[in-house]
Write a protein that binds this ligand. Structure first.
Ligand SMILES: Cc1cc2nc3c(=O)[nH]c(=O)nc-3n(C[C@H](O)[C@H](O)[C@H](O)COP(=O)(O)O)c2cc1C
Length: 189
């Protein structure tokens, strides 16, 4: 079993964190997933999308449908195509984003905008049916976690992936949600 973790926060250090290890909530969840996957003997790789060059979709091509509709490849020359191709090599995906303004982060939106474009109509897509776990990391109120997870539900619909788990996390609920995240990492059907 090979699992790819994609995260969408720049914040490694969070001095306001209630979590003792003082790393941001997104990175705390990344670390929890990595440690748990490791304990199950699953290979895993983490890519922080914020550290990659991912530009916005240009909505190119005829009437904005994009050249990727035919080629399943983006015309932009940045890190996106390599990451999309790399995704084929994994059996499952974990997406972890902070909640900003009741939505997934900007880097997440930018990445998934392009993934939807390239993959939704790709009949040879290697993503079909693969399990995804989506984690929305919010501040104290937790407002917007459900809206963020709903956006992942729509992404799951377009990519025809298999929603294995959707978890809202706040700094106050992290300890409790840890167990839910750990359970999902076994990827039992
Ligand atoms: C620009 C911005 C907008 C935010 N919007 C929300 C929000 O709508 N709901 C919420 O509960 N927290 C919100 N927060 C708080 C973050 O979701 C929270 O701090 C989260 O832990 C960020 O992830 P990180 O620890 O990986 O940085 C916002 C934070 C920022 C910086």
């Amino acid at each position: 079993m090979k699992v790819l973790i994609l995260s969408f926060s720049s914040n490694i250090v969070n001095e306001d964190s209630f979590i003792p290890n003082k790393i941001g909530l997104t990175f705390s969840c990344v670390k929890l997933c990595q440690d748990t996957l490791h304990s199950f003997g699953y290979e895993n790789v983490h890519i922080c999308i914020n550290r990659k060059d991912i530009r916005k979709c240009m909505a190119c091509g005829k009437r904005g449908w994009g050249k990727c509709l035919d080629t399943n490849k983006c015309v932009l020359n940045d890190d996106f195509n390599d990451i999309y191709e790399e995704m084929s090599n994994y059996d499952a995906y974990i997406f972890i984003t902070p909640v900003y303004f009741y939505e997934m982060s900007e880097s997440a939106k930018t990445f998934f905008d392009r993934l939807k474009r390239c993959d939704s109509f790709n009949e040879n897509s290697k993503l079909r049916g693969k399990r995804i776990v989506c984690i929305a990391c919010a501040g104290g109120s937790g407002s917007g976690t459900e809206e963020t997870l709903q956006a992942f539900d729509r992404l799951n619909y377009f990519l025809k992936t298999n929603m294995h788990g959707r978890i809202p996390v706040t700094k106050n609920t992290f300890e409790k949600q840890k167990r839910e995240i750990e359970k999902l990492m076994s990827f039992e059907k």
